[in-house]
Write a protein that binds this ligand. Structure first.
Ligand code: UTP
Length: 297
């Protein structure tokens, strides 16, 4: 019987420089798509996949993130007094069971691989998920849930994969495919941020992983890779060909890169248009803007 995936690491210790000046004081993960912070989408997705323990790798300046998951007795009491049960219900999703959430500090932003390694003692010897909250995925079945189901068949390591245009490949970790089985591909190599025209495929890794504890052992020996950072991709690639080999999973859904301004704006529009209370007003507004834009050309 394969061990269930019940722990997830959320590396959120990056500097978020693409969103300065906002991220000078607001963690990127607290920025909101409509009215929910990015991190809430990640937590909801993790819960749907059966995750019970949530491990955040944080850094200085992220205390708003820790506060977000705390109970807020004064606010809750006030809402209860006013009979605002709908708002109390919304707040429920932000509360964590006691002991279900842990925070570990990454003292220096040495890279995603290093951030994951910082949580090694909380993982122990079992498979675990890694989720990057700035990759937001709109999907009928939440992406990590799809992966957990696929992982039950494959074991090993599994990374979420997405087709990207060739000119965009150098922004991602890219899979070198050994065997393409449709939604699952077996991987024979992984290259982090390949040079233009050197990407081994158009299948890019995005921020959802199910990893074997051997990746943590690999990270123990890691030196810095692309961009001078300790790369998670390199530590996963070191497992290729071992008992816990590597699979890519073509998820069903739309991924938004909320670490970039354009991706964040697109996600904002998409999530707002998916809401009954906002759709009509927003689509009318968007139509008007496009018409005015065309008229001005
Ligand atoms: P990014 O590459 O998006 O970096 O990290 P960033 O610092 O968040 O943002 P920019 O590029 O400066 O705008 C991808 C994920 O890895 C985490 C980030 O928090 C983000 O979730 N990360 C990155 C760490 O936790 N530690 C690191 O040392 C690097």
């Amino acid at each position: 019987m394969r061990r269930k995936v019940t722990k997830a690491i959320f590396p959120v210790a990056g500097l978020g420089t693409r969103f300065l000046p906002a991220t000078k004081s607001v963690p990127k993960e607290i920025m909101t798509l409509v009215d929910r912070p990015l991190v809430q989408y990640a937590i909801d997705e993790a819960r749907a996949a059966g995750i019970k323990e949530f491990i955040f790798v944080t850094s200085r300046g992220k205390s708003a993130l820790e506060d977000y998951f705390d109970h807020s007795p004064v606010l809750e009491q006030e809402l209860r007094k006013k009979g605002k049960d709908d708002l109390l219900e919304i707040l429920k999703d932000t509360n964590m069971d006691s002991g279900a959430i842990a925070y570990i500090r990454q003292h220096k932003a040495l890279g995603l691989g290093h951030a994951v390694w910082c949580a090694r003692r909380l993982i122990g010897n079992e498979p675990f998920a890694v989720m990057l909250p700035d990759d937001v995925i709109a999907a009928e079945t939440p992406c990590l849930q799809q992966m957990v189901e696929a992982y039950a068949e494959t074991g090993g390591n599994m990374v979420a994969a997405m087709e990207v245009p060739p000119e965009r490949a150098s922004a991602y970790g890219v899979l070198d495919v050994q065997e393409d089985m449709g939604s699952i591909v077996q991987v024979k190599g992984m290259v982090e941020k390949p040079k233009a025209n050197e990407a081994p495929s158009n299948l890019a890794v995005i921020g959802r992983y199910i990893l074997s504890p051997s990746v943590l052992t690999n990270l123990n020996k890691m030196k810095s890779g692309a961009g001078g950072e300790i790369q998670l991709t390199d530590a996963i690639a070191a497992d290729i060909g071992t008992d816990s080999t590597v699979y890519g999973y073509r998820f069903r859904g739309q991924r938004f890169d909320c670490g970039s301004k354009a991706g964040f704006l697109q996600a904002t529009v998409a999530f707002a248009l998916a809401r009954d209370d906002l759709r009509d007003d927003l689509s009318r507004y968007l139509r008007d803007v496009v018409q005015q834009d065309k008229a001005a050309e």
